[in-house]
Ligand binder design. Sequence first.
Ligand code: PMP
Length: 366
Amino acid sequence: MSTATTVHRIFNFAAGPAVLPLPVLEEVQRDMLALPGVGMSVMEISHRSKTFEAILGQAVADVKELAGVPEGYHVLFLQGGASTQFSMVPMNLLAAGATADYIVTGAWGQKAVKEAKRVGAVNVASTTEADNFSRLPKAEEVKLTPGAAYVHTTSNETIHGVEFKQEPAFGDAPLVCDTSSNMFSKPIDVPRYALIYAGAQKNLGPAGVTIVILRDDLLARSPATLPTMLNYNTHAKENSLYNTPPAFAIYVVGLVMKWLKANGGLAGIAERNERKAGKLYVEIDRTGFYRGHAAKDCRSNMNVTFRLPSEELEAEFAKQAKAAGMDGLKGHRSVGGMRASIYNAFPEEGVDTLVAFMKEFEKKNG
Ligand code: PMP
C-alpha cells in the first residue's frame, strides 16, 4: 500500500507554495475520498452544508485561539491572494482626501504601494530601496503623515529576507500589516493591528485562500459604491460565505491550525523557528565564504537569504544541492544568491542537512 510516509519527500526550501506538515498531508490523503461520517470529500460538499459550516467555524475559532484575537475583530477567508489585499485595503480604508502611509522594506511593500496609488493618495513614509532592502528603517527615517488613514507595513519581506523582530510600531494611525510570509511563525499581538492579512500558501495552508483579521470599526469606512466582492463588509456579514469559498484550502488551513495547536501553539513554533534559522545564520557567519543579505538585526527566520563568492559558485551550489535532495534554494533574481525558506512545517532535519552541505561545499570550493 502506498501512503505519504512511504513516498520519498525531498527537502523543499521553496518560498511559497511551500512545505506543509506531513501529518496534515496524511490526513488530507486519508480523507480525500470521504470525510469520516460524510461519504464525500470536502471538495464535493455544499459550502452551505452543516459539515462545511463546522469546518469553517472551527478554522476561524482556531485562528482566534492561536493568535489571541480579541472580541471586536473578524477573521475572514477570502480569495485573490495577498495581492488582492494590496487593492482591497486602500479601496476600503483610504477615503478621498486622506493619505495612507507605507513603510517599504522590500519588493512586496513596493507592490502594495503601486496598487494603493491607483486608489488614492500614498506617502512612502520610508523605503530602504537604496540599500537593496537589506535592512529596516531607523526611527528617524520614517516620515509619517499626521492623521494618516492607516500605516501599511510588511512584517517579513519574502524576497529580501528582512523581518521585523519586534512588532512594528509607527505612530497612532491604524496599523495594516502584510504578514504573508511569517504569519503564525511566532506569537502576534493582534490588538496592535487594525488589519492583518496573509496569503495562506507559506505558513498556513495551500494557495487559494487569504486570511484577513480585521478590526470591526474599520468596516464603517468602506464606500457603498465598492464592488460587492471587494467590500470587507460583504464577507464580514456573511462569515466568509457570501459566495462559494475555497473550501478545500480552508479545510487544509483548519488542519494546519490543529497541527499548530498540537505542537505548542505559536510560542512552540517560534522556539523551533528561532533554532532552525539560528543554525543557518551561524553557518553563514562562520568564515565569510557565505554572506547574509539582510543586516543582522533584521534577519528573517523564514527566508534566509545569502550569497556565495561568485555567481558561478551560486549556480553550482543550487545544482548540487538539488541533486542532494534540497530543492528551491535559488534566490530571487532581484537579490541573487540563495534563499532558504524554512517555514513552520520545514523540518529541522532539513536545516541540518543544508548546514552539512554548506560546510562540505565550502571545503571543496572555499
Ligand atoms: N506579500 C508577501 C510578503 C508575499 O511573500 C507574497 C507572495 N510571495 C505576496 C504578498 C503575494 O501573495 P499572493 O501570491 O497570495 O498574491
